[in-house]
Write a protein that binds this ligand. Structure first.
Ligand code: TMP
Length: 210
């Protein structure tokens, strides 16, 4: 790899994006690629501390703009401490959620406005947008059904179904707005098929980059 590659994965809660990407990362590592998997909110010590505050189910009084700013703050710290240094070492960085999550969840679903949330994030990311984003498409209700049996649901997971439906709509708008960057995978396919499609998208991008 001549230069680093910045990939992000996105989707509604319960889309299976984490399982699929971790499966593919193992394959890529076995093939000799230098891959770093990381996630948001969190991914560095300070960012993980911010994650705890954001996702704590007891923080019911959190204002929606505070929430958006905390996600952006966590993102900034993670970018500076983890993502940019790894890209500088020419790694493939796979980040589980990034700015599109803030656009879909805070911008669209919370109703702050996608442009407004993008502008506070621009302060945090300073034009460091992903080279490729994979969106795992699933109906919001089906996603929630998949995570219903999980023990540790966070403050966002326990939001209403109408909130999660708006998240899905927000993502769909982003897919339509950025078709070059955001590629869609049907997350209702079998785990094997989702992993295969994920691998194909990543390897195509890797080949473009050599
Ligand atoms: P996770 O379940 O993928 O770890 O993400 C935690 C929750 O945070 C999930 O419900 C999505 C939400 N989220 C946002 O609302 N905005 C963001 O910017 C990010 C990164 C996550």
């Amino acid at each position: 790899m001549k230069k680093g590659l910045f990939l992000t994965i996105e989707g509604c809660d319960g889309s299976g994006k984490t399982t699929a990407s971790l499966t593919v990362i193992e394959i890529l590592k076995k093939q000799g690629y230098d891959v770093l998997y990381t996630r948001e909110p969190g991914g560095s010590d300070i960012a993980e501390q911010i994650r705890k505050v954001i996702l704590d189910v007891n923080n019911v009084a959190m204002d929606i703009r505070t929430e958006a700013l905390l996600y952006a703050a966590s993102r900034r710290q993670h970018l500076i401490e983890i993502i940019l240094p790894a890209l500088k070492e020419n790694k493939i960085v796979v980040c589980d959620r990034f700015v599109d999550s803030s656009l879909a969840y805070q911008g669209y679903a919370r109703g702050i406005g996608v442009d407004e949330v993008f502008s506070i994030n621009q302060f945090a990311i300073d034009n460091h947008m992903p080279d490729l984003t994979i969106y795992y498409a699933i109906d919001a209700q089906e996603g929630l059904n998949r995570i219903a049996s999980r023990k540790n649901l966070d403050r966002l997971d326990v939001e209403s179904i109408s909130f999660h439906k708006r998240v899905q709509e927000g993502y769909e708008l982003l897919c339509a707005k950025y078709p070059e960057r955001i590629k869609v995978i049907d997350a209702t396919l079998s785990k094997e098929e989702v992993a295969k499609k994920t691998y194909e998208l990543i390897i195509e991008k890797v080949k473009e980059n050599v």
